[in-house]
Write a protein that binds this ligand. Structure first.
Ligand code: MSP
Length: 653
């Protein structure tokens, strides 16, 4: 097959640090739909997905789980309910699956690193900067948002290490020119973002090796260094075709690729990746499409938002095709969208149960009832009544293709549903139930049903990239032999005496209120189960990050008895406490408790909690050695009291 006829499309390779959610599923289903569309158009398609398995975060997670990093990723990728299972469930038609721990990839990366080094684009230096561990990214001060990682919003820490650098700065101009072609990166808004935020302020050289952790691919000529995960990860798109390895041999055949990626990694794909390819003297990717995010309640998806966005659960309840369809139908591909169960259920009810499902079942039921399943060849057209439907169905494939070629699946589906609605209206206009009553109108009735069957054949055929199983089932019901593009561009392909078949409702209607209540129950049960498993309250919202128990024990917390307590002269906040800490020598602590204890004498004789190993300091000119613990709730603040029978000096633990 000639190269013009090849189409290479990729998803990002996902981090196997946790179970994947509906957001990852969205990206993979979209890419799968594009791959299936191109296959339908007769292309020789290579569709690649995989997992990005190296890096500090995985190393840390494995340590927490008490397993080796390799065991950890193996379980998430290949284990039951893992990533491979999810893609199987979602009917993903990838041709290859790459894991960055695959042997051939590891060897290729070492060669790729050396290629860029030999090209004079990698040099050794020292890196210092603010580092975000979860994102494995160094950031400059100006890139931080409120002092935190601009990608994930988590705290960053200062880090310094000997490292190799890639001369990214050298490629600023050619990368900018590539971006400005307008074809390379889409949607166009992302081009402006990249130029304004990254290229115009000045591209800095990129740190491409690490010495601070070991779960990565060693630089073969300097094994204390591991290759920066993004160099490792981005190169998957060429190693999976056999670049710099013997595992495959179709790099020349399939490259360049269309990369489908989430908007947060557009920077890596549209700046760093082209620069790496330039350094290696390889052709640029055909396109990078940066899609939007699925949000929940307007915010990022996170585990704490419950499991109702779990693709396993949703596919099990509503069917894989319904879920795939919903994702592609509802959210404009380039923008963010708010995921909700209500939206999903109403999409199934309105589009699938009503517009599509009803049309198929009404039409096949009528062919069955009026003609025992096979239409007579004697048919009577009515130019005026039929023209619009036939014209819409005939021109549909062209409009649809335009949208699919522009990576706008939601619009492509929109075009299909305009025709399906028109077909439903056509039934009402022609009222077959009246035609059947008049023997002289039988030929007309046959033609009305034929037009409907043909319209259904075209519409459902074009749904094949989104709902492969349903499309095949509908093709069967309307008597089509199979689905091919040529036939979808023409009206009148089926023989006049077509035989159709009835079947179960394709998409039963869902009772919204009952279903939402059921989901609520599932979510509550899952939360409770999780809480029971972890011993934690799932509704508890931490205000501070976790600390290690050893850190807690560094505090010398003791019971102290209040011997005397008085206001500090000249201060309207401070109280001076004289305390028995069990040592025999009274201790003095000053505390801002005055507003909460107008009569401090009530405290005398009480036992409270103090931290004793804080450095001593002066407050309002007086010494204070320690801090008293208090509890606060809004404006209410009180000291933490200890039962009387506990002696002063007792340790709190
Ligand atoms: N490993 C890197 C990618 C390396 S590619 C050479 C990575 N992995 S990821 O697992 O964190 O996310 C990958 C992709 O998942 C995102 O770019 C995006 O396509 C998809 N999504 C993750 N969360 C998403 C949403 N909430 N919504 C839509 N897509 C989301 O980054």
């Amino acid at each position: 097959m000639s190269k013009e006829n090849t189409f290479y499309i990729t998803t990002p390779i996902y981090y196997p640090s946790d179970k994947l959610h509906i957001g990852h599923t969205y990206c993979t289903v979209a890419t799968d739909s594009f791959a299936r569309y191109k296959r339908l158009r007769g292309y020789d398609v290579m569709f690649l997905t995989g997992t990005d398995e190296h890096g500090q975060k995985i190393e840390e997670k494995a340590k927490e789980a008490g397993v080796t990093p390799q065991q950890f990723v193996d379980n998430i990728v290949e284990g039951e309910g893992g990533i491979l299972d999810l893609w199987k469930l979602m009917n993903i038609s990838n041709d290859r699956f790459i894991r960055t721990t695959d042997d051939y990839h590891v060897k290729s990366i070492q060669r790729i690193f050396r290629r860029m080094y030999d090209a004079g684009d990698i040099y050794k230096g020292k890196y210092s900067g603010m580092y975000c561990t979860p994102c494995e990214s160094f950031w400059t001060e100006s890139q931080l948002v409120d002092g935190k990682c601009p990608d994930c919003g988590r705290p960053v820490k200062y880090a310094e290490e000997e490292a190799y650098f890639f001369k990214l700065s050298k490629y600023a101009q050619p990368v900018k020119e590539l971006l400005l072609t307008g074809e390379f990166l889409q949607p166009m808004s992302r081009v402006n973002e990249m130029i304004k935020n990254f290229i115009d302020p000045g591209l800095e050289d990129l740190c491409v090796s690490r010495t601070s952790f070991s779960w990565g691919i060693p630089v073969d000529f300097d094994p204390g260094h591991v290759v920066y995960v993004w160099v490792d990860a981005l190169s998957n798109y060429i190693t999976a075709l056999g670049f710099d390895n013997d595992k495959y041999d179709d790099f020349d055949h399939y490259w360049p690729a269309v990369h489908i990626v989430g908007k947060e990694i557009v920077r890596f794909h549209s700046i760093i990746w082209p620069a790496m390819l330039m350094s290696m003297g390889l052709p640029m990717p055909k396109k990078v499409y940066g899609h939007g995010w699925l949000l929940i309640d307007g915010g990022k998806m996170s585990k704490s938002k419950g499991n109702v966005a779990d693709p396993y659960l949703l596919a099990e309840r509503y069917g894989v095709d319904a879920l795939r369809f919903f994702l592609m139908r509802t959210f404009p591909f380039g923008s963010d969208g708010n995921f909700s169960n209500e939206l999903l259920i109403s999409c199934i009810n309105a589009d699938l149960a009503n517009d599509l499902g009803n049309l198929v079942s009404r039409t096949t039921a009528m062919v069955n009832k009026y003609f025992r399943g096979t239409l007579p060849t004697e048919q009577e057209a009515d130019e005026e009544k039929d023209a619009e439907l036939i014209q819409m169905a005939t021109s549909l494939s062209e409009k649809y293709a335009k949208e699919m070629d522009a990576f706008q699946p939601q619009n492509a589906i929109g075009e299909i549903f305009k025709v399906l609605s028109r077909a439903n209206k056509y039934i009402d206009e022609n009222a077959p139930w009246l035609l059947i009553k008049d023997e002289t109108k039988k030929a007309r009735l046959a033609r009305v049903l034929y037009n409907l069957v043909e319209t259904i054949r075209i519409c459902s055929g074009l749904l094949v990239p989104f709902m492969p199983e349903t499309a095949a089932e509908i093709a069967k019901r309307v008597g089509a032999e199979g689905i091919n593009w040529e036939d979808l561009t023409k009206f009148g392909v089926l023989p006049a005496d077509v035989t159709t078949h009835t079947g179960d409702a394709l998409f039963p209607r869902i009772d919204m209120d009952k279903e939402l209540a059921a989901l609520e129950e599932i979510s509550a049960a899952q939360k409770a189960e999780k809480a029971a498993a972890s011993g934690a309250n799932a509704d508890f919202k931490p205000v501070l990050p976790n600390v290690k128990v050893d850190d807690f024990y560094k505090n010398d917390l003791r019971v102290v008895e209040i011997l005397a307590c008085e206001k500090v002269e000249g201060s309207d906040k401070l109280l001076k406490f004289t305390l028995n800490d069990g040592s025999g020598t009274p201790r003095q602590i000053l505390s801002g408790m005055q507003p909460f204890y107008p009569d401090p004498s009530v405290l005398v004789g009480k036992k409270v909690v103090a931290i004793l190993n804080l450095p001593g300091r002066k407050m309002a000119g007086q010494a204070s050695n320690g801090m008293l613990l208090s509890a606060e709730s809004g404006d209410l603040v009180k000291l933490c009291l200890v039962p009387d029978e506990i002696p002063a000096g007792a340790v709190i633990s």
